[in-house]
Each structure stands twice: as C-alpha cells, then as structure tokens.
Design a protein. Structure first.
Lengths: 219, 219
DNA sequence: GTATTTATTTCGTGC
DNA sequence: GCACGAAGTAAATAC
C-alpha cells in the first residue's frame, strides 16, 4: 500500500466524467492497483477512485490509472508532496458481521410464531415470478401467509409484499395473506399496509436471538 | 487528518455488530472525527468505519470512537505502529460530475422513435398528480404513450409508469399506453410490465449518443 | 427537517 | 458468469 498526501488535480473518465480542481488530498494505492482520493471530510466514500484490478503508470508528476473496462483516472501533481510512503500490510483476516437481515430471517424461520401466533413454516425463499418470498407459512386456518422480512420496514417492502401475494394468488395458493415483519415498521409503511389489507409486525431482535437459532422444542 | 498504519483489532457495535481480528491496517481520522479502517484490498469501502460527526478518545493503545446515535467503534493496538502522521489538507473545492441518466432523457426527447418507431414527442416532464412523466408522446394512431426513462429498468420503474398511465387516463388522455425505456430492463420488471399490459424497451446508449443531442433533421 | 431517489453504488449469493 | 437483492447502504435532492 502506497500512501501519498499531495496537492493535485484529479480527472475521471469512464461511466461518467468527473473532475477535481487543485487541492491537497490523501491518495491511497492498494495492492491490486486500485486508487482512492480522499478529502478531509465527506464520510467514508472517496471523492474519486478507481476500483481494482487496474494499472497505475507513475509518470512522476502524473499518475495514469486505467482498467480493463476502459475507465481512466488521471492524477496530476501540481504542488508539494507532503507525504509519500509505502507500507506492507499483509493478509486481511476479514470482517465478522452479526445482526443483518439474513440473520433475522434465519431466526424467524426457526420461530415463525414470533411473526404471528400459530404460524407454521412451509418454505423459505419460496420462488415466484417476481422474486422469492422470504417465508411462506400457513396459519391455523390453513390460509397461506407470505412473510416479507426487513430490518427496517418501509413503503418499498409493503409493495414488494403486495406483489408476492398477487403472484401467489395467481399460482393458486388462494387465499393468501401477507405480513411485513421488521425490527421497525415506519408509519407510512403501516398506513400503506393497512390500505392494501396487508399485515405488519415489529420484531424484537434481542428477544428473538434469546430464543436461539434451532427448531423450537415443545418443552 | 491523521494517518496511521498499525497492527490492531477493530470492533463496531451499533446498527449491527462487526469485529476484525488482529492485522496490520490503514487508519484515517478525518477533521470531523470520522474514522476509516482500510485493508490493502477490497475497493473503496473501508472494512469498518465511523461516520462523522463523532468523538475519538485516544487512550494510547485503544481508540474509542462514539457518536450521538450510540454507535461505537473500538480500535485496539496490539502491535507495532508503522506510521502515525498528522497533515493539514485545507478546503476541498468539490467534485464536478456529468451524469448519465439526465443525458439519456435529453437524447430520447430528441429521438423518441428510438423508444418506438413512429413516436412523436408531445411534452417532456409532463406533470400529473403523482409526478412528472419523463416523455409524453403520441404514436401514429394518435394514441398517447407515456415513456418512463431509467438507466436501469426495475420493478419500481414499472409501478411508477403504471401510476402515470392511470393518472393520464383519469385526465382524459384515453387511450394511453405506457413504455419503460432503459439501458437494461431486468427480467422481473419485464414480467411485471407484461402482467400490467405495459411495454418495455432497452436503449443502446452508445448508439443513441452517436445520433447527437439536437433535433433530428430530415436529411 | 423529513422523505424519496440515486449511486462510477459495492458486495454477496444463488442459478 | 450473470442476475438479483441487501447495505451499518451513504449522499443528494425534493418537499
């Protein structure tokens, strides 16, 4: 990894065109040739970048970075170079995540009655023409229930659920009810769900996690 | 901006939990307190980060970064510090972009028959109660055609188009057809469009750009 | 200030 | 390898 702080201009031409006027910036060149241009603000996203793999030609006061897709990033050094260091970082063990939507789905698949009492899982990721239903269940009356799981329930999730119910009914699963299950269901999503005759419920993630990932036992 | 290269472990607790085992990494602390943790690969996105504004408490071998939302990033230095530099970057003039989607609409307005042969433009950004229709056209039979333009045609675009057609028919433009025009129309959007009796077409952006931005001449 | 839309999205996963 | 959905989406824009 090469770390440079210098005054420069940056030009990108590829999926769009973008230009940065002269200023002092941080430049990071990673092992795969990818380049990041960072300012001293603006969050984690670089002002400009090139994704690897790509080739950097160091012409001294101009860097010319290109990749196989025909994109090009040109960095022109117009002033002093404050820092220019190369360091060896070694292998990255990788990030371990916990608490994403997949985890929530896994837990609800094991405990469908946390969505609605009496619910029994029929199939996970049940395929329809407009995409897979997260959980397809049946209620005690034998009615099919499509469950759409989101970390955060918004309008788009309600519409997604509506499409699934529509498709399942076409597929002859009639009658079908739909339920949006999320850690938080925003007010607009609640309203739309009610207008569309769809259900919604908020899931207590910490409580659910406490129940464990395995199939629930009777005792 | 503070730039550090060191062996460390990183733990994030907030919207989810994420942990990084011991390894040598690049740490960047920006002026607003935000912190980026980068490996020597993996694109422009940091392995872990904290968005500003936030507060960094430097305890020597432990950094404790917190923000107002209750998120917390803990960086523990477990080995040598290879680099630790502070630099002043100054103001960022900002990025100038030239986008694609706006350009696509402009080009299709000039060449509506690239959407469908024989189409003639009536109005761009035609207002309805549920938002503006990108292009309102008429076909050779005098039928109104609402065109929704997207860089990438997805299900949301089909639903948007459906709402416009519905509104235009209410406004007395009967009959109205709808067409989704995009560089790429994904299969799910195609299916939904066909179910809803809406048209879709894929636009060759490079070809269209070759036709030029001006009104097409007869010669 | 809040909701919606975009992104050089990136990134993972299933077919 | 392509296609589709999620993201600690983030960031910009419309309202």
């Amino acid at each position: 990894m090469r770390i440079v702080v210098a005054t420069c201009t940056v030009d990108y031409a590829g999926r769009l065109s973008a230009a940065l006027p002269e200023a002092r910036r941080l430049l990071v060149v990673k092992a795969d040739g990818s380049v990041l241009v960072h300012a001293d603000a603006g969050g984690y996203k670089p002002l400009n970048w090139m994704s690897g793999p790509c080739v950097l030609v160091d012409g001294g006061d101009v860097w010319d970075v290109t990749n196989a897709k025909g994109e090009r990033l040109t960095i022109t050094f117009t002033g002093e170079v404050v820092l220019d260091t190369a360091v060896e970082l070694g292998a990255e063990p990788g990030l371990a995540k916990d608490g994403v939507e997949a985890h929530l789905q896994e837990l609800l698949a094991a405990h469908p009655d946390e969505v609605e009492p009496g619910l029994v899982l029929v199939r996970r990721e049940h395929a329809t023409a407009v995409g897979p239903v997260d959980l397809l269940c049946r209620d005690p009356d034998g009615c099919f229930v499509a469950v759409e799981i989101k970390r955060r329930g918004e309008i788009a999730g309600v519409e997604q659920l509506g499409r699934y119910v529509e498709m399942l009914e076409r597929d002859g699963h009639t009658p079908v009810r739909g339920v949006l299950a999320a850690q938080k269901v925003v007010p607009q999503a609640r309203t739309l769900a009610e207008v569309r005759a769809l259900g919604w419920t908020e899931i207590d993630y910490d409580r659910l996690r406490g129940l464990g990932a395995g199939t629930p036992t009777l005792f």
